[in-house]
Design a protein around this ligand. Structure first.
Ligand code: FAD
Length: 551
């Protein structure tokens, strides 16, 4: 589509995840194109996901965060990178970008044949932070990170407040704690990590609390007290005041779409740029990738924002190919698969949670299991809680969440793969997964979750929800006496699982019965006895009392 005398001019605005992926892919499929990448900051292609870890010193060298310098882009790819250059206007008629050099203030015009918008998202600043006090920071750029580290290095930071219990907020909490700072996490929602359902978020909250990090949930900051331009305390909604030396604001992001909207490109329902499967906007010569676009969701089919690095890089590959050659594969759907380490715990999810499914009118059922990440007899096994959500009609997987130690990442990625390919819980139960004692179990947590869900759908037995109303039901508690003492379940008939077969006659086979144990495993055995003994309506409390106690 181009010839060497008149090379195709590709201009990329934004030089980090999506932009750099687009530009380098375009070069790999088109050796003659004239490719320019504009970046308003002084550094391109830096690892923004690594920023929190340098704050805490876990990534020791700042230099490690610079993935590729502008010289490398030129030497290896012949991509011209212009840093400190901000695109300020797009002229779609002239097919040019107006560029302002942030160092000199000089404005110039750059013509394009194909334009790629990769301007990312921008952090939201709550009203009480406008203007930002000198000791308040987002953590979005290298400059933000440098500012936080400089503040910490004064040695005067005793108390820090982190606003926002999302992924970045939690990473910052962990890293500030690592530096010996007393941290309070403030989240306006009643739970952290809103991509997780309440119970799974609660597991992470409990773990954070065990590290002596204070949390204010559902109790947002309403104002700051300032002294000499510095925030010295934050007043919460309930009127209490938190002293602070450092404030980190991780209150969410919004797509940076001003350039796109000003030149009349169509925006989607969530305020991101509308694109087709080749990442073309409503103007086919202009592409958009990364945090600014609305991707198709793999569960609902609807388009929406999903500001994550994976989709940014994948969409860059599609746009780079299409812009440079006129054809490409299609961008696949996005599931919002995400993961975070919070001290010794890992939390991860994929697909939709209960709120998301309900909001979209999608019916679902839920199975929760507790399992060891590898054979429990092999030294070092760590436990995980795994939840899958699936269709009551055909068992199609709709979402998954996991919280635990090692192996959470592997299970969520397996589940994301399964959802991507439209698998049902019946197919999940058949997966042939690698096993040796140091790595997994012959019946992997994935299989256990799938078996539990298959039982639920086939009534062998069905599952009751963790917060099920047990009033007026026959509740059978098969835990040991000490377990019952630790976590009592009033009104339950206690029969330990190993005594079960000889006590069946004590139970009423006509009554609706829920069997309960600590995690759901022993209850399954007992419930199976009841079913095969003629009990008409038996279910197993999914996740057992350990999960119900969090509901
Ligand atoms: P960005 O990578 O943000 O790049 C956009 C670039 O465009 C910016 O450098 C910006 O300066 C530039 N720009 C904007 N406007 C203009 C203009 N007018 N002219 C020129 N340049 C412009 N995601 C995960 O999946 N996992 C993680 O663990 C994770 N951790 C994160 C941790 C932190 C601290 C942060 C900040 C983000 C994290 N993310 C994570 C999110 C991930 O980094 C983003 O989803 C991804 O970088 C988006 O890529 P992008 O290209 O759309 O935008």
């Amino acid at each position: 589509m181009d010839d060497s005398k008149n090379p195709l001019r590709i201009v990329v605005i934004g030089g980090v995840a999506g932009g750099a992926s687009t530009a380098t892919r375009a070069r790999r499929v088109n050796s003659t194109a004239d490719i320019t990448m504009l970046e308003r900051n002084s550094v391109v292609s830096f690892a923004n996901c690594g920023l929190p870890y340098h704050v805490g010193g876990e990534i020791e060298k700042r230099q490690s965060l610079i993935v590729a310098k502008k010289e490398l882009f030129w030497n290896r790819f012949r991509i011209l990178v212009k840093t400190d250059c901000e695109a300020v206007k797009i002229d779609r008629v002239e097919k040019s970008v107006h560029v302002s050099d942030r160092e000199t203030g000089v404005t110039s015009t750059l013509p394009y044949d194909r334009l790629i918008l990769a301007t990312g998202a921008e952090p939201i600043t709550p009203d009480y932070c406008i203007p930002m006090p000198s000791n308040a920071f987002h953590l979005w750029t290298l400059a933000d990170m440098d500012g936080i580290i400089a503040e910490l290095d004064t040695g005067k930071v005793t108390n820090a407040v982190v606003v926002g219990g999302g992924f970045v907020g939690l990473e910052v909490v962990e890293q500030l704690h690592r530096r010996g700072v007393r941290v309070t996490l403030v989240e306006r929602n009643p739970q952290i990590l809103t991509r997780l359902d309440r119970i799974f978020a609660k597991m992470v909250e409990n773990h954070i609390a065990s590290k002596s990090v204070a949390m204010e949930l559902g109790n947002p900051i309403v104002s700051l007290k300032l002294e000499n331009g510095k925030a010295v305390s934050a007043t919460l909604k309930d009127g209490r005041s938190l002293p602070l030396d450092l404030l980190i604001v991780g209150a969410g992001v919004r797509p940076r779409t001003l350039l796109a909207s000003e030149c009349g490109l169509t925006l989607g329902t969530e305020g991101g740029i509308e694109v087709n499967d080749f990442m073309q906007t409503s103007d086919p010569n202009i592409y958009a990738v990364g945090d600014i676009v609305e991707y198709q969701n793999g569960v609902t089919g609807k388009r929406g924002l999903n500001p994550l690095a994976g989709p940014a890089n994948r969409s860059g590959r599609i746009a780079g190919t299409h812009a440079a050659t006129g054809a490409s594969n299609r961008m696949g759907p996005v599931l919002g698969t995400s993961i975070v380490r919070v001290f010794d715990l890992t939390a991860a999810c994929t697909g939709l949670n209960e709120r998301g499914l309900a909001a979209n009118g999608i019916e679902f059922r839920t199975a929760i299991i507790q399992a060891a990440h590898h054979a429990s007899y092999f030294p070092g096994s760590q436990s995980m809680q795994l939840k899958i959500l699936y269709s009551p009609e055909d068992g199609k997987l709709l979402g998954a969440q996991a919280v635990g130690g090692e192996g959470v990442d592997k299970r969520i990625d397996i589940l994301a793969t399964a959802i991507h390919f439209g698998a049902t819980v019946f197919q999940l139960a058949q997966l042939d997964l690698a096993y040796a004692p140091p790595f997994g179990s012959a019946k992997d947590p994935i299989h256990m979750a799938a078996f539990t869900a298959c039982n639920d759908l086939q009534g062998t037995p069905a599952l009751a929800l963790p917060n099920a109303d047990l009033t007026d039901l026959q509740i059978v508690d098969v835990r040991t006496a000490s377990e019952r003492d630790n976590l009592p379940l009033p009104g339950a008939i206690a029969i330990e699982v190993d005594d079960f077969p000889s006590h069946l006659s004590e139970l009423d086979s006509e009554r609706t019965t829920v069997v309960v144990c600590h995690s759901g495993k022993r209850a399954h055995v007992a419930a199976s006895w009841l079913r095969s003994s003629g009990f008409k309506n038996v279910s197993n409390l999914t996740g057992g009392m350990s999960i119900r106690s969090l509901s």
